[in-house]
Design a protein around this ligand. Sequence first.
Ligand SMILES: Nc1nc2c(c(=O)[nH]1)N[C@H]1C(S)=C(S)[C@@H](COP(=O)(O)OP(=O)(O)OC[C@H]3O[C@@H](n4cnc5c(=O)[nH]c(N)nc54)[C@H](O)[C@@H]3O)O[C@H]1N2
Ligand SMILES: Nc1nc2c(c(=O)[nH]1)N[C@H]1C(S)=C(S)[C@@H](COP(=O)(O)OP(=O)(O)OC[C@H]3O[C@@H](n4cnc5c(=O)[nH]c(N)nc54)[C@H](O)[C@@H]3O)O[C@H]1N2
Ligand SMILES: [Mo]
Length: 823
Amino acid sequence: MTNTWTDIQNADFILVMGGNAAEAHPVGFKWVIEAKKQKGTKLIVCDPRFNRTASVADHYLPIRSGTDIAFLGAVINWLIKNDKVQWEYVKNYTNAAFILADDYGFNEGLFSGHADYTSADGRPTPEAAPKGAKGGAVYNNASWTYELDENGFAKTDPTLENPRCVWQVMKRHYAQYTPEMMHKITGTPIEDFLLVCQALGATSAKNKAGTILYALGWTQHTYGSQNIRTMAMIQLILGNIGMSGGGVNALRGHSNIQGLSDLGLLSTSLPGYLSLPNEKKNPTFEDYLSVQTPKAMRPGQLNYWSNTPKFMVSLLKWFFGDKATKENNWGYDWLPKWDKMYDVLQMAEMMYQGQMHGLLVQGFNAMGSFPDSNRIVKAFSRLKWMVVMDPLNTETATFWENHGDAHNVDSSSILTTVFRLPVPCFAEENGSIVNSSRWLQWHYAGAEAPEDARADLEILAELHLRIKALYEKEGGKVPEPIINLSWPYKVAHSPTPEEMAQESNGWALADIKDEQGNIIVPKGGQLDSFAQLRDDGSTACACWIFAGSWTKNGNQMARRDNSNAGLGNTPGWAWAWPANRRILYNRASCDPSGQAWDPERKLIHWDGSKWVGADVADYKADQAPDTDMNPFIMNEEGVGRLFCTKKLVDGPFPTFYEPTESPVGKNLLYPKVLNTPAVRLFDSVKERIGNKDEFPCVGTTYRLTEHFQFWTKSVKLLMIAQPEQFVEISEELAAQKKIAKGDTVKISTKRGWVEAKAVVTKRLRPLDINGQTVHQIGIPLHGGWVNVGEKKQFLINTLTPFVGDCNTQTPEYKTFLCNIEKA
Ligand SMILES: Nc1nc2c(c(=O)[nH]1)N[C@H]1C(S)=C(S)[C@@H](COP(=O)(O)OP(=O)(O)OC[C@H]3O[C@@H](n4cnc5c(=O)[nH]c(N)nc54)[C@H](O)[C@@H]3O)O[C@H]1N2
Ligand SMILES: Nc1nc2c(c(=O)[nH]1)N[C@H]1C(S)=C(S)[C@@H](COP(=O)(O)OP(=O)(O)OC[C@H]3O[C@@H](n4cnc5c(=O)[nH]c(N)nc54)[C@H](O)[C@@H]3O)O[C@H]1N2
Ligand SMILES: [Mo]
């Protein structure tokens, strides 16, 4: 979330699209109800299904799954046409005025740099990526940039009139996204669409702010990142980013999935959103720092990433302690260098191809959660061994068992050895969990773990110590990363959550002094903030954005003072990264002179000598306003990006493409390009993609409040509350297929089939897509044979396609082609 749960009460308008907050985030959702109660805030829900959030909304709009960019692109077009723009914000705080490089272009669904791209206006075509390249590599993105002056700064046109400035190019990009085109693609009625446009448009006023809550309905698509970017662009146009009651709010999943991203557990990340070095781009520490420490693109701009050397050296000091020295570049060479992303699809593909021998599965039920279950069984079967660390038995640990129709495998042909290591559940340990609001909240064990369970930390510590001993005894290839790893814990085989948390905050390895030479942190002391980090080896810090969470004043995450500092902000409750800031980019809630755009919504302001207010300013604390420094200090440009240069592989402007499995088989906006060109589709999967003639319906998977993912099937009360697998279908589809309420139905895709009970409901309705009737089927994802209910249940991912978002590789669980018949 850019904002924070409690801040939702300040919104003048709430759109829930691409998520079902009432169902999946029922506790946080109370702040939506607060806004409705306190200020009569309107809530609109746009979803393929009339879901539980829709049931308490003022309006509900249906949409064909996978077509949100056609909808949101049309919103952008409508806002521009109807002058619903916070002009001062757009001119000062976005890159609207930036002039684009001469060879940037977009035509007929392709961006410049694609082998098939030709410019519509006779511009020379820039050098393209080689034909036949795959995934992101189909584009050479060199032209996706600004025109620079002789100092390397981006050229701008503050009048926004230059035809090559971002504003004008964006306007042309979305000119085709008319309400009529939107309706033909999405099936959403135009009058419903206009309600959203008007409600959002009203928040372009300086004294109004609207917000968006979203989750997987937007991410689980081959263009998931671009769904979210389209909404971020809308919020920039409306001047809603940095504002209390505004923002773009991603509702997170697992209780610590936010912490997982923060701590860099993705295959190309390091803690604190630092990048893991790349084999080709950053072979040496110098290369790494020069690439990862971008220069500001406007004169006078602070770019916070200029501190990368301090974050990185402190991280390396945490990894390698005394072994990290200036002479050996702080042990940089011992870090792994990535060649490609090892996301779940890549890993499963490598197992499938026999390129992996073993798998350690920690707190993960991959058999249930990965797409295309039948393929996953084959992939797992090619492993020699698998270790499962979990408090419960799972489908992953028993993937080799035969469970009849629900899981029909030939056990005798599977030779994988599975080891199960029982661990406590998170509620049986102390620790911190980062919620969607970026709050690190400390929690205490609620019960004793069973005696034979060993904590995750203990198991991993033991593994490290034993591997280290082996390396020390026997040598081997590249032993340094393991042998030199610093291991300062009081009990070596059992580090504690408290020790880990203090390391995340960071500490001084020598006395840290201020500019006047006064000691601000003595050697050995905990740091107060990341401003104290140094690049000379005198500080160590495991996650720079967590600096401030465990200081000399103790564990800040355990604080429980919920006093209101203004606008419902509770700075004494837990601790939020970064710097206990609750609303990101909040400098943008003030005009260039440093006063709040809305005097009733005064989050921070400039008091003549410093920034003060209910929140910690997202800016240099004593930096006067009205200088050249702009509010978005994490961007080289200093402003929010309507055009996002080279950051995403599939283009600088979100663009509508059909899902991999499209029920209409044509892209009405760009007839020559059906699917996103940048998608990574493994050759071995191509035959497992279905077509609309065989599978005419759209399937989409989702959650129920009564269950959590795949593990609450082991809880009796929850199996009583929600005992049976079901699917939701419309009355029209039921009549056509002669299915009655309660019938058992078989749902099939190119990849397999499952059985479930039919719920025939008005909550889903057929959509008219350019003259064609499209039926959508809602499929709850929970289910599996390991359960305490009466029936063996099917894995829903038997149905889903093995293809992912071209930027993040998140699987396209939300839109696929299927068929339904009475069983
Ligand atoms: N009780 C409970 N709570 C949970 C979980 C749980 O399993 N049980 N899981 C947690 C986890 S890990 C996560 S990630 C979150 C997920 O939170 P959500 O994303 O809110 O949950 P989902 O039910 O997967 O999907 C949300 C909605 O997206 C809609 N949708 C599908 N396709 C599209 C589309 O193309 N466009 C639009 N606009 N909407 C679409 C679906 O109909 C559904 O209503 O929930 C968390 N909370
Ligand atoms: N079709 C479809 N598939 C989906 C999705 C979808 O929307 N549709 N959503 C996707 C999403 S967002 C998610 S997050 C994944 C979820 O996928 P998974 O994470 O694979 O699913 P969970 O069932 O939550 O598995 C978590 C496991 O952690 C164990 N556990 C709990 N506490 C601890 C602990 O302290 N230590 C250890 N070691 N284990 C512990 C639990 O017992 C459980 O078995 O599913 C994905 N798959
Ligand atoms: Mo999730």
